[in-house]
Design a protein around this ligand. Structure first.
Ligand code: FAS
Ligand code: PHB
Length: 389
């Protein structure tokens, strides 16, 4: 098989890049390790920045999103029973869109199938060849059969545990990592959201997040030990712990119900530099990971896709490779600003097992300053709704 761009990974990064390339008449194949059904069982992000919504619109896959998504013009940040209702409009006249990553991934798969664009599922044993030459290629097996793909460029969109990053020589790869001593225990339930917008809650018992997918489907998280297991939690114990971590006024009206999904995600900050090597370009979780406290994982995958798609389009339509040569440098400038914001939100809102009383006082002071200072609120709002691409 020969394509212009071979995309490894059929998550949101790979699918969005594939759809944008298809719309621009650039021939790409998506290689996905799992099945479409398996990919769509994953429950991940829920808050979309304006840039991602615009990209989905540009890709022609925003019809259902425009009908079914929620627009949020603010967010609540609380500390025990004290809280701040941060109004995005007051500071920056922008909003965020609430629409599950699972749904936008479904929309992207539907669009890919409708366009008869090629996707290979159950792909294994992926190896990248000659990535520093003008004729890179990929060898893999699909349902036991060997497949060889010749291409101009390879997009590594295969997530944190993917293979593409490993093809950057170890001595040329700088990996920056910070592991957090806690994870997030998440529950999805068919209940009415406790508040009209998200609540990020810092409490003496630990962090909690009240989110949603629609007016009848909620997504809640509580900070848990990094070695915890969902086997240690019943629905009742989750709801009781959540009640103890959000302001009393909201705990009193929390609607509980059976969990339709319960899972634990580890929290880490990670960046791989560079994000390109020869004709291999990394996008999304393949290149960086953020703790989900700032709702930036999926959204930063989107800004990578924007930069890479723009560079590839420029290359094919103008026969000019400057943007491709600068991809990593361009993407990393925004990646590190997002890393900072995600680390800051996580540091302010979580209880760290070994933290001193002094450090806990600093966290409270951070919240108090935020509550009293418009400039601090504007800075949080600017980062949360999404930095410019
Ligand atoms: P993904 O990991 O989504 O997709 C990579 C794809 O590549 C997968 O489908 C995988 O099967 C495939 N793949 C892997 N290896 C392969 C190989 N060798 N060959 C072919 N295919 C291969 N972000 C938020 O903003 N909010 C959240 O609440 C949130 N929760 C998360 C919870 C978990 C458990 C995880 C892991 C991430 C979470 N994220 C969250 C971040 C998440 O949304 C990512 O940012 C987003 O999925 C990034 O998309 P991709 O870069 O496409 O990577
Ligand atoms: C979610 O709804 O899953 C969600 C929302 C905001 C976050 C993290 C996760 O910061």
């Amino acid at each position: 098989m020969r394509v212009q761009v071979a995309i490894i990974g059929g998550g949101p990064s790979g699918l969005l890049l594939g759809q944008l390339l298809h719309k621009a008449g650039i021939n790409a194949v998506v290689l996905e390790r799992k099945t479409r059904e398996y990919v769509l069982t994953r429950i991940r992000a829920g808050v979309l920045e304006r840039g991602l919504v615009d990209l989905l619109d540009q890709a022609g896959v925003a019809t259902r999103l425009k009908k079914e998504s929620l627009t949020h013009e603010g967010v609540m940040i609380s500390s025990n029973d004290d809280y701040l209702e941060l109004d995005f409009n007051k500071h920056i006249q922008q909003h965020v869109t609430v629409y599950g990553q699972t749904e936008l991934t479904r929309d992207l798969y539907d669009a890919r199938e409708a366009a008869h664009a090629k996707t290979l599922f159950n792909v294994e044993n992926v190896t990248l060849n000659d990535i520093t030459t003008d004729s890179p290629s990929i060898d893999c097996t699909v349902d036991g059969h060997t497949v060889h793909i010749d291409c101009d460029y390879i997009a590594g969109c295969d997530g944190y545990h993917g293979v593409s990053r490993q093809h950057i020589p170890q001595d040329k790869r700088n990996e920056f990592i910070k592991e957090y001593p806690f994870g997030w225990l998440g529950v999805m339930s068919e209940t009415t959201p406790v508040h009209s917008e998200l609540i990020y809650s810092m409490s003496d018992r630990g962090f909690a997040l009240c989110s949603m997918r629609n007016p009848k489907l909620t997504r809640y998280y509580i900070q848990c030990d990094s070695k915890d297991s969902v086997d240690n939690w019943s629905d009742d114990s989750f709801w009781n712990e959540l009640r103890g971590r959000i302001p009393e006024e909201y705990a009193a009206k929390l609607e509980t119900g059976p969990s339709i999904e319960m899972s634990i995600a580890p929290l880490r900050s990670f960046v791989c530099e560079p994000m390109q090597w020869g004709n291999l370009y990394l996008c999304g979780d393949a290149a960086h990971i953020v703790p989900p406290t700032g709702a930036k994982g999926l959204n930063t995958a989107a800004s990578d896709v924007h930069y890479l798609f723009t560079a590839l389009k420029h290359r094919y339509q103008e026969n000019e490779s400057t943007l491709l040569e600068r991809y990593s440098q361009t993407a990393l400038k925004r990646v590190w600003k997002v890393q900072r914001f995600s680390w800051w939100m996580t540091s302010m809102l979580h209880r760290f097992p070994e933290q001193s009383l002094f450090e806990r006082k600093l966290q409270q002071a951070e919240f108090d300053f935020l509550k009293q200072n418009d400039a601090a609120q504007a800075a949080l709002a600017t980062n949360y709704v999404g930095l410019p691409y």
